[in-house]
Design a protein around this ligand. Structure first.
Ligand code: NAP
Length: 426
């Protein structure tokens, strides 16, 4: 998500932007500074003096386009005159930006602008006021939301922006499955609500729901819940009760996140994003996935940039079905030793949850490989303990859980996920 702040000089775009970015754990970008960093000029004033306003507006447009294309989530404080750079704010917003106009009476702004003469387009109070009057309706035209700063201090303005993004209506979320009492999801999400000061808007509970109880539970969902976090054994079963699936969930054929928008239920899969969060860049790597259930299919989806994917599952038929969808090569008991050639091994079976069992193939693990053990309880599993002994890099299921929860948080709230605060729960 990109949050764009506009407004007149002195409206607090930089100070509010910095504080907002810190709270949301996003990068802060000031477009004026961004432009100076990319050129050899020392100040915006120098650019105006040496090259003229038109030249500077062109730089603003280029900066807006680069920031929009850059893709990274950020809080962006736009220059007060960027509204005069043709196409610049449109370009910034095209990259998925939500635009907030920080509005305040000129009388207040006047006291905040210390030196009028250093601003390229201000000469004195009179000309600054004329510019303020001329720009007001343009700021409003670009704004998705207007924050009337008035007496709001920086903290109050930050909170007003977050609350505007979250929406005023209370939203109930719940994790469903069976068993579900062990789920960490409520604690993870609540830590995020607290960090953003939106715990009065969002709630997150548990609900034990078995496969046979699901139909009945779904009857109330459209009226009662904003979001469902879905765990075993409901991830595939729930699909028939939904109105739409996003592409990853459709391909994986498993849903761990459901969002209710005015009674329309959409299913998402954030487990694959958890895999990517845990593993980082998988491009060009060789990977072995153990298992062929919902979590294994999420891993196969996440590995689409891998060079080669092998798939092993205790029931060969299930492995063949999944391998066909994701272009993986099936391993059987005879060629399981190919595990030793992989860069990455992912255990997506349930073998190890009992603290005793291990999936087949552990004897072929080699030092230098990376193991993602999806199981996070117990920690370590027998497989992860052995991998550590053999000097593999072991990534625990907790990291994947965190990664999928961060994405789920964003989907449920429409807000960036405060990663540090959520991580502290683990
Ligand atoms: P699932 O759909 O029930 O699939 C289970 C898979 O494990 C199947 O391939 C099954 O093989 C295999 N399996 C079960 N017991 C086995 C055993 N004793 N030996 C070898 N293979 C065995 O479950 P899932 O949703 O994919 O979840 C799999 C695991 O991933 C669970 O431990 C779950 O907790 C974990 N997970 C973790 C995260 C996270 O965020 N860390 C997210 C999702 C899942 P068959 O086809 O032969 O039955």
């Amino acid at each position: 998500m990109k949050i764009i702040l506009t407004g007149f000089m002195g409206a607090g775009k930089t100070s509010v932007g910095r504080a907002l970015a810190e709270r949301l754990e996003l990068k802060f970008i000031d477009t004026d500074q961004y432009i100076l960093d990319k050129t050899s000029f020392k100040s915006v004033r120098e650019i105006f003096e040496k090259k003229g306003e038109k030249y500077f507006r062109k730089l603003e447009f280029n900066a807006a386009r680069a920031l929009a294309d850059g893709g990274a989530d950020a809080v962006i404080a736009s220059g007060g005159g960027m509204i005069n750079a043709p196409g610049a704010l449109e370009a910034l917003k095209k990259g998925g930006g939500v635009c907030f106009f920080l509005d305040a009476p000129f009388e207040i702004l006047k006291t905040r602008i210390k030196n009028f003469t250093t601003r390229p387009l201000f000469k004195n109070h009179v000309s600054a006021r004329a510019l303020y009057n001329a720009r007001q309706h343009i700021y409003k035209g670009y704004a998705d939301h207007i924050i009337h700063r008035g007496k709001l201090d920086i903290g109050g303005t930050v909170q007003a922006i977050i609350k505007t993004l979250a929406g005023a209506a209370k939203k109930k979320n719940v994790v469903i499955g069976s068993p579900v009492a062990h789920s960490l999801s409520p604690r993870l999400h609540k830590a995020g609500y607290k960090a953003l000061g939106v715990e009065k808007i969002f709630s997150f509970g548990y609900k034990e729901v078995t496969v046979t109880e699901l139909r009945d539970f779904m009857r109330h969902t459209r009226k009662e819940y904003n979001g469902l976090s879905v765990t075993m054994p409901l991830k595939t079963e729930i699909i028939k009760y939904l109105d739409a699936l996003e592409p990853a969930a459709r391909k994986i054929n498993a849903v761990n996140t459901v969002v209710n928008k005015n009674g329309f239920l959409t299913g998402y899969n954030t487990d694959y994003q958890g895999v990517l969060y845990a593993l980082g860049n998988v491009k060009g790597k060789t990977a072995v996935v153990l298992g062929a259930g919902g979590a294994a299919r999420a891993a196969l989806y996440a590995l689409k940039d891998a060079r080669q994917i092998y798939l092993y599952n205790r029931t060969l038929r299930h492995a063949r079905e999944a391998a066909k969808i994701f272009g993986a090569e099936v391993l059987d008991d005879k060629n399981l030793k190919l595990i030793s050639r992989a860069d990455i091994i992912i255990n997506a079976t349930s073998a190890g949850m009992d603290g005793v069992s291990r999936p087949p193939g552990a004897e072929y693990l080699k030092a230098g490989q990376t193991l993602l053990e999806m199981i996070y309880k117990p920690n370590p599993t027998p497989l992860a303990a052995l991998a550590t002994l053999k000097c593999l890099t072991v990534i625990t299921g907790e990291k994947m859980l965190l990664g999928q929860a961060l994405e789920q948080f964003k989907i449920f709230t429409g807000l960036p996920a405060p990663e540090k605060a959520i991580k502290e729960v683990l």
